[in-house]
Design a protein around this ligand. Structure first.
Ligand SMILES: Cc1cc2nc3c(=O)[nH]c(=O)nc-3n(C[C@H](O)[C@H](O)[C@H](O)COP(=O)(O)OP(=O)(O)OC[C@H]3O[C@@H](n4cnc5c(N)ncnc54)[C@H](O)[C@@H]3O)c2cc1C
Length: 411
């Protein structure tokens, strides 16, 4: 394929990853980002082996893992500390693990790689529309009369609240969940194990999660991310009440969170995360493709969003590298990503009400279901594969390759 002129809208996860990989294939890539400057906001997150495989491809895995907490276990308990779920990556491969990360660590590494690849990023440019004339795309941005273009390919990677996915399809689903989370990142101070994503659940209305999140600077203290399940329509009510009432509620479910809660003095330190469910009939059109949350946002119950966004970028670059024209490359991309993405969309939609909903009656069923699954080795293995992001992930993202780099890269 001759060199393409590519516009990438969004510099979160999928956007920069796709830009770097396409630039390395010799294409001319420009990134447009609405934020005025590089600013990664967001809770800590769990990078799965599938995401690590893409970071290895990008050449930034060791850099990212040097700041990560090495997560080997997902442990979910009920208030009496009885185990509901206990999954270990090592069941799949002794070298396998997840990486608890502070979001800026990943973004910094992606931006450094963008600079090395000489990809220009236009900060503070909100793309509001795109128009196709002949075979070329032109972008329109807010506060500017000038169009950008022509482009052979537009990559829409503008996140869960995408305003541009409509350029590919106006059909599909875009629905917010009634439940989200309060989250906070603070110093761990030995309160939670450094190798575990620990969660406590009471019924389906109370969930508190603690993810070891690595560090955000060299020699910085170990961090932990707190997630507290909350109904979106109750957020304002919570914030009108004294912070101590919220802290007491968290402590009543998880007393060991005290050293973390001591670090919170104001509601401003607690952020509300909203979740949504985005489904599209297709992720590609003529000279245009949707990557990441813009095309398939989901609730973070399975912790896959960043990983799926990275896998999208990798697959797109692979399809473009192996095709001699753009249309078949984009069709192949959508075909090849469908099993992985559709599986995680369905699994997440199925799982979410068991942990975040008003359906309290699900909770005894949940106990029975997970007890059976924990004691049935094939079921436990399938749940672990699902957690690791590996179901229908494709050969290039299998654990063997990942465990090699795990040995060299992690703390
Ligand atoms: C509380 C919470 C916890 C999570 N935990 C995990 C986890 O443990 N593991 C995991 O893998 N995922 C997790 N996720 C999901 C993950 O954060 C997302 O799936 C991931 O960031 C998606 O990447 P993206 O590149 O598609 O979008 P984003 O990272 O949202 O990036 C989109 C970018 O586009 C920019 N933009 C938007 N509109 C425009 C425009 N019109 N013009 C120009 N730029 C624009 C935005 O400013 C942004 O920088 C979590 C999400 C939440 C909310």
């Amino acid at each position: 394929m001759p060199p393409l002129k590519v516009a990438v809208v969004g510099c979160g996860t999928a956007g920069p990853a796709a830009a770097i990989l396409l630039r390395r294939l010799g294409h001319e890539v420009t990134v447009y980002e609405r934020a005025p400057a590089c600013a990664a906001v967001g809770a800590g997150f769990l990078l799965q082996p599938t995401g690590m495989a893409v970071l290895r491809e990008l050449g930034i895995l060791d850099r990212v893992l040097s700041r990560a907490a090495r997560i080997t276990r997902l442990h979910v308990v009920e208030p009496d500390e009885s185990t509901l779920l206990d999954l270990s990556y090592q069941e799949l491969d002794p070298g396998l693990f997840g990486a608890g990360l502070h979001r800026p660590v990943l973004l910094d590494a992606l931006l450094a790689s963008l600079r090395d690849a000489s990809v220009p990023v236009h900060w503070g440019v909100e793309v509001i529309d795109a128009e196709k004339r002949g075979s070329a795309w032109f972008l329109k941005s807010r506060h500017s009369d000038q169009e950008s273009g022509p482009f052979d390919l537009v990559i829409i990677a503008d996140g869960a609240r995408s305003s541009l996915r409509r350029l590919v399809s106006t059909r599909g689903v875009n629905r917010g969940y009634p439940w989200g989370a309060h989250w906070f990142i603070g110093e761990n101070r030995g309160a939670f194990p450094e190798n575990t994503l620990y969660q406590i659940v009471r019924g389906t209305r109370r969930l508190s999660g603690y993810l070891a999140t690595g560090t955000d600077s060299e020699n910085g203290p170990p961090l932990v991310s707190l997630f507290w399940s909350v109904r979106i329509d109750q957020d304002a009510d919570w914030r009108s009440r004294p912070l101590d009432e919220w802290k007491q509620e968290v402590l009543s479910l998880c007393p060991r969170a005290a050293p973390l809660l001591e670090q919170i003095q104001s509601w401003d330190q607690i952020t509300l995360a909203r979740y949504g469910d985005v489904r599209m009939p297709s992720w590609q059109g003529e000279g245009i493709v949707v990557l990441g949350d813009a095309g398939h946002a989901m609730s973070p119950q399975l912790g896959q969003g960043v990983n799926l966004a990275l896998a999208d970028a990798s697959e797109l670059a692979a399809c473009i590298a192996s095709a001699d024209a753009l249309p078949p490359a984009l069709r192949r991309y959508a075909r090849r990503r469908a099993p992985h993405l559709r599986f995680y969309q369905i699994a997440t939609r199925w799982l979410t009400p068991w942990f975040q909903s008003d359906h309290e009656w699900l909770s005894p069923l949940r106990r029975i279901f997970f007890t059976i699954c924990r004691h049935l080795p094939p079921a436990r293995r399938f749940m672990t594969l699902t957690m690791a992001g590996l179901v229908f992930a494709g050969k290039s993202r299998l654990p063997r390759a990942n465990s090699e780099s795990c040995e060299s890269g992690s703390r």
